[in-house]
Design a protein around this ligand. Structure first.
Ligand code: RTP
Ligand code: MG
Length: 139
């Protein structure tokens, strides 16, 4: 079933110059880019985006990291793209993410308070609809 997902290249990915190769992997998998925009997120926008994590021990560090530089916000479309991009991204912790995945190939452990793992991908159809509405209200 054709669907859409919200992908973010996080500040570590943009800063390390990996936006292009991450977009290339999304396209190589056969997904279509619907929207791509470089922007610096506000703490307010991130509180909406990471609603499920507000109040967790890592939340403040997560926001600090996510506002530390521009992110590349992407909407991608394709058959089962939500699950497919999560699979391309790999496990949350880049140290154990499988080789072949974005996090497994390009991520490494940083001595920071929060895991810096290059990308975000919506984790369900409900999350995708909610997150696309937050980042791209006109879509
Ligand atoms: P994301 O939402 O960014 O796609 O990542 P995810 O589903 O794989 O992981 P999630 O559990 O939703 O966590 C969101 C992001 O918060 C950071 N995190 N750091 N203990 C920690 O230091 C910790 N736990 C989570 C990561 O950047 C993670 O991707
Ligand atoms: Mg998540």
């Amino acid at each position: 079933m054709t669907e859409r997902t919200l992908i973010l290249v996080k500040p570590d990915g943009v800063e390390r110059g990996m936006s292009g190769q991450i977009l290339a992997r999304i396209e190589a998998k056969g997904y279509t880019l619907v929207a791509v925009e470089l922007r610096t997120a506000s703490a307010e926008l991130l509180a909406q985006h990471y609603e499920e994590h507000v109040g967790k021990p890592f939340y403040e560090s997560l926001v600090e990291f996510m506002v530390s530089g521009p992110v590349l916000a992407v909407v991608a479309e394709g058959d089962r793209v939500i699950e497919g991009f999560r699979s391309l991204a790999g496990a949350t912790d880049p140290t154990v993410a499988a080789p072949g995945t974005i996090r497994g190939d390009l991520g490494r452990q940083w001595p920071t308070k929060v895991i810096q793992n290059l990308v975000h991908g919506s984790d369900s159809p409900d999350s995708a609809a909610r997150e696309i509405g937050i980042w791209f209200p006109s879509l």
